[in-house]
Design a protein. Structure first.
Length: 129
């Protein structure tokens, strides 16, 4: 049972799109609303994207850059906080957390996509050279 659970978590970290698809399917059947299901799926998938980027960078470069990921998260939070303060003249903590988490999804989703392309390109180059 532990092996199945560990394999499932590893698959979710390697391919976070699986988390999105599964959570969207479950949320869609629970809520019956596409928008709510998509938002919940993005929120769930963000954590797995952060882990996927960390492990992809670690696999490609051979060392952990978790410190850089934490700095990027702090900078993202700062930017979202400043933008929200400038727009509303106050900070609504709930909106801040939502904005930060969704911005993190976009940022790490793009990073994951770029890392996948870089990994594939690197493999192709190593095969032909």
């Amino acid at each position: 049972m532990e092996t199945i659970f560990a394999g499932l978590i590893a698959a979710f970290i390697i391919v976070p799109a699986l988390v999105y698809i599964i959570s969207y399917t479950i949320a869609k059947s629970a809520f019956g609303n596409n928008r709510k299901a998509a938002k919940l799926s993005v929120d769930v998938t963000t954590f797995f994207l952060i882990l996927a980027v960390h492990f992809a960078v670690q696999a490609m470069l051979g060392e952990s850059y978790i410190w850089l990921i934490l700095i990027i998260l702090a900078l993202t939070a700062s930017i979202v906080l400043i933008v929200q303060y400038k727009a509303k003249e106050e900070v609504d903590f709930r909106r801040f957390i939502k904005g930060f988490w969704r911005m993190t999804f976009l940022l790490f989703g793009a990073a994951y996509f770029i890392l996948c392309l870089a990994g594939i390109t690197g493999r192709v180059i190593r095969i032909f050279i």
